[in-house]
Design a protein around this ligand. Structure first.
Ligand code: CP
Length: 334
């Protein structure tokens, strides 16, 4: 069974087919292509966009969605194998997922990084394991190190902005009070690499992305990749600046040390000054949610270079495209 766990499991042509259908669905959003289909949405972690856009998308196409939020109206779930379940968790995913799948035609799962073991999180082993319990195709709604629905919507947004496949993509780090996982920066990096872009990873010293991620981005076809700690150099030539915070590899799984390490980095809040004088037309992307005036200044979010609302809207169309392609056996499920 073919799931949708990572954009990088598909060829560039296959991704483009999904984007093409998403564009058609954006032009004609209402239909019956999911008539009486049931989509289960299992959220181990909170959401606004993913939850609302999946439910809206299923409804637009005549289906229904079933939302399960363990510990918030449904049983708390245990993910680990071999444990004595005498704590908070009442049910194991080994029962919960196949039961839910038996009621549904498709299953979305969100399960964030444990942020304890870097190798385990970069392997994205948990989402693969959870998908293996499902008898129906699974859509990754954000896992330890990937967010393919976001990446597909971002690809679509770059196309709409007219950014060339080989354009200049700056993935910039921003300060955040907590060390965040690699899921979104990894998904954005791989998406830009699959398009064949020239990529700059801009970050303070100590926040370079793990070499394993950079190696994979090269394999996927990035035209070039550089890591830059100087913002004037990093921003030069940018057509798109994708803003996100992530944790330092050095202190992965050690949040107190990590938070101390980033203490002097609060000036890494994306403001208009970053674009002066060389990159007046660069667009700004962020997956949302964003902490205003912490990661991105009001002047940027409220100004003409921000496309964050367009990106979020495109989640709706991109996810519809994935669900319909799965249900109808369209490329890449043909
Ligand atoms: N970008 C994104 O996935 O948003 P939510 O966490 O609100 O779903």
């Amino acid at each position: 069974m073919k799931h949708f766990l990572s954009l990088s499991q598909f060829t560039r042509d296959e991704v483009q087919a999904l984007v093409d259908l998403a564009r058609e669905l954006k032009a004609n959003p209402i239909g019956e292509r999911m008539h009486r289909k049931v989509v289960g949405l299992l959220f181990m972690n909170p959401s606004l966009r993913t939850l609302a856009s999946f439910q809206a998308g299923v409804g637009h196409q005549g289906g229904i969605s079933v939302v399960i939020q363990p510990g918030a109206g449904s049983w708390s779930l245990e993910l680990r194998d071999g444990v004595v379940m005498d704590g908070e968790a009442v049910e194991h995913v080994r029962e919960a997922i196949p039961v839910l799948a038996s009621y549904c035609d498709l299953l979305g799962i969100r399960s964030f990084a444990g942020q304890k073991d870097l190798a385990e999180d970069l392997d994205d082993a948990t989402i693969q394991r959870l998908a293996s319990f499902s008898t129906k195709p699974v859509i990754n709604m954000e896992s330890a190190s990937d967010h393919p629905c976001q990446a597909l919507a971002d690809w679509m947004t770059l196309d709409e902005l007219g950014i060339p496949a080989s354009g200049n993509f700056v993935l910039t780090w921003a300060w955040h009070p907590k060390p965040l996982p690699y899921a979104v920066p990894n998904a954005a990096l791989m998406m830009a690499a699959q398009r064949g872009m020239n990529i700059t990873v801009q970050c303070p010293e100590g926040y370079a992305l793990p070499s394993r991620m950079i190696d994979r981005a090269h394999q996927l076809g990035a035209a070039s990749i550089r890591t830059c700690h100087n913002r004037t150099e990093g921003m030069a030539g940018a057509q798109v600046v994708y803003c996100k915070s992530w944790c330092s590899e050095e202190f992965y799984g050690q949040p107190e040390k990590e938070i101390a390490k980033r203490a002097g980095l609060r000036d890494w809040c994306l403001s208009e000054s970053w674009f002066e004088p060389a990159v007046p037309d660069a667009k700004v992307m962020h997956c949302l949610p964003v902490r205003r005036n912490v990661k991105i200044a009001d002047e940027v979010l409220d100004g003409p270079r921000s496309v964050v609302i367009q990106e979020a809207e495109n989640r709706l169309h991109a996810q519809k495209s994935v669900m319909i392609s799965m249900l109808e056996g369209l490329k890449p499920w043909n």
